[in-house]
Design a protein. Structure first.
Lengths: 95, 491
């Protein structure tokens, strides 16, 4: 089960990871080996088995929709790479 | 008296008696850190000003308490110096998650567990080393440096909470917090010869724990013995509105519960946990420990957890899938590393993530993204979630016949630094005995039960959901008739 170069590039793009050519080769190879090993799961008949998304069954945990203080703007911007006038400055989203 | 050798419960006693002050105790810890951390490398950040201030406040509380007649209850953790894995937010202190991406990130808030420790007057010594974003089993994936096992400095302490485990084992903290997603508290506890526990999923709040895999992550305590683990667990466990997956059940008095005794409890030995290729001396030590428990009045029988062998592929599809979603937030926009010369927004994302993340993180993000992607979701992610159900059912079935399950924590003792670093799959296989608990949401405690070539061996005690009290009780009973928990590394 060998991942093609196109598949590796596609996954990297979905994950917005900029990979070097060397990384595409190396990760492609390592991931192929890992996925090959994971084929073992196909041996199991899970036709009538429901998926478990959460190990502890909790349903619809709610709380009241009340306005409360969250965090101070200055605190939130403390780690911002490019703060400006109380905002996060970003590169253009639309041309 | 070398104060760094004390347990939390011993130190708490001496503080109350006025034999030592919190300031002295904290200073003694920093002296110990200065003496050995250049070899162990457990810490990423030390917080001496914060710690000494917390110690000073603890001393004030102690003085006031004595003046008032020493009759009120003081929180046990008052003045107790602890280390915190660098994946848990301590407000105002760098939280790097072992990653270049967050090298300069300083959270403006405390994790819930930290708030609880601070309320109880605990002292925070610093942040410990971790595999990057908790992804790893050896702490070798830290972007900064690797931590060394205090029992043999050429070997790994385990991971991902290797820094916390090494710190407690080496006397660089009286207790510590780590996090466990696939074994990252239990396995380092085993490799470093100390007690470490992952509680039932939802027992401890994940608010302020930097997310890796949300349905698997739990914070867990490390201590020199079971009593110390119980003390830490009691302090940090409990429902929290800010983590909607926390269980709304009262937190028992775990410490009092330790002495309830274990006679008549049924112990299950899972045949599939004695894996092919397991180190012979590890198996021997664990079977002897089981014999000791039987000697104390437990009834042992074999149980079967037939889907154990499918744990690794199941976990390594689900955890990376969840991680790929959780790590999508690292885009260089609001915090963390931001590539300065990007052409456009997308280039900024790609390059920030390329330079900010290490190899293992990238591998897991890619694995997870692939498992969730169109055309592969059913065969990989959905399939894994179904096998997860089968794994959980194995445990449910076993717990109809037994009260606890006892097994090894790790198939081997601490391996050499570099030994598995080039083979990701080999590294994944070392988690085979711990990760099924995370998949099933169950709690497990690892305690030392022997040595193999002078390296610690860990015994894993697994309980039903919310059965931490029983699990701790079994561990405590074992400690009363053995002395593994009193052994310290030669450093």
């Amino acid at each position: 089960m060998r991942l093609t170069r196109e598949e590796v590039e596609h996954i990297a793009e979905l994950a917005r990871l900029g990979l070097t050519e060397e990384e595409k080769e190396r990760f492609g190879s390592q991931l192929s080996a890992i996925l090959e090993y994971f084929q073992v799961l196909q041996r199991l008949d899970t036709e009538s088995v429901p998926p478990t998304t959460a190990a502890v069954p909790l349903d619809n945990v709610m709380f009241d929709d009340q306005v409360e203080p969250s965090a101070a703007r200055e605190d939130i911007l403390l780690n911002a790479p490019d703060p400006a006038d109380g905002f996060f400055r970003v590169r253009a989203v639309l041309e | 008296m070398q104060l760094y050798k004390l347990t939390i419960h011993e130190a708490a006693q001496l503080l109350r008696q006025g034999e030592i002050s919190a300031a002295e105790l904290t200073q003694a810890m920093f002296d110990r850190i200065a003496a050995v951390d250049n070899q162990v490398r457990a810490y990423l950040t030390l917080t001496p000003e914060l710690a000494l201030e917390q110690a000073r406040q603890a001393d004030e509380r102690l003085v006031a308490w004595r003046r008032a007649g020493a009759s009120d209850t003081l929180p046990t953790l008052l003045g107790i110096p602890l280390a915190i894995k660098d994946i848990i937010c301590v407000g105002g202190v760098p939280t790097t998650c072992g990653s270049k991406f967050l090298e300069n990130f300083v959270p403006p808030y405390h994790a819930t567990v930290i708030e609880r420790l601070v309320e109880r007057g605990a002292v925070i010594l610093g942040k410990t080393n971790t595999d990057e974003f908790a992804m790893g089993s050896s702490t070798e994936n830290s972007a900064f440096f690797t931590t060394h096992n205090p029992w043999d400095l050429t070997r790994v302490p385990g991971g991902s909470s290797g820094g916390s485990a090494a710190a407690v084992a080496a006397g660089e903290a009286l207790g510590a917090l780590g996090s466990d997603t696939g074994g990252s508290v239990r396995q380092p506890a085993s490799l470093c010869g100390i007690a470490g526990m992952k509680p039932t999923y939802g027992r401890i709040s994940r608010y302020g724990l930097v997310a890796f895999a949300s349905s698997l992550d739990q914070i867990g305590p490390f201590g020199k013995d079971v009593t110390d683990c119980a003390l830490l667990l009691e302090a940090i466990a409990g429902h929290d509105r800010r983590d909607s997956n926390t269980i709304d059940a009262p937190v028992p008095d775990y410490v009092t519960g330790l002495k309830k005794g274990i006679r008549g409890l049924r112990l299950g030995i899972p045949r599939e946990f004695f894996v092919e290729g397991m180190q012979a001396q590890v198996e021997t030590a664990v079977r002897e420990a089981i014999a000791t428990l039987v000697g104390l009045g437990m009834e042992a029988r074999e149980v079967s957890l037939p889907h154990t062998q499918y744990g690794v592929p199941t976990y390594y599809l689900i955890a990376p899938a969840e991680a790929s979603a959780n790590l999508a937030r690292y885009d260089g926009v609001r915090y963390g590393y931001s590539y300065p010369d990007a052409q456009d927004m997308w280039d900024g994302y790609r390059k920030s993530r390329a330079y900010g993340f290490g190899d293992e993180v990238k591998r897991r993000i890619m694995l997870g993204t692939y498992a969730l992607s169109a055309g592969y979701y059913d065969a990989y992610y959905l399939k894994a979630q179904k096998v997860r159900t089968l794994i959980k059912r194995d445990f449910d079935r076993a717990f109809e016949d037994v009260d606890v399950i006892v097994a090894p924590t790790s198939p081997s003792t601490a391996f050499k630094i570099g030994e598995k670093a080039d083979d990701p799959l080999q590294m994944y296989l070392s988690d085979v005995l711990t990760l099924t608990l995370n998949l099933a949401g169950l709690g497990g405690l690892s305690i030392p039960c022997g040595f193999a070539d002078n390296l610690p061996v860990g015994l894993q005690i697994i309980g039903r959901p919310l059965a931490e009290e029983m699990v701790l009780r079994v561990g405590y009973a074992y400690e009363q008739v053995t002395d593994w928990h009193l052994r310290r590394p030669p450093i």
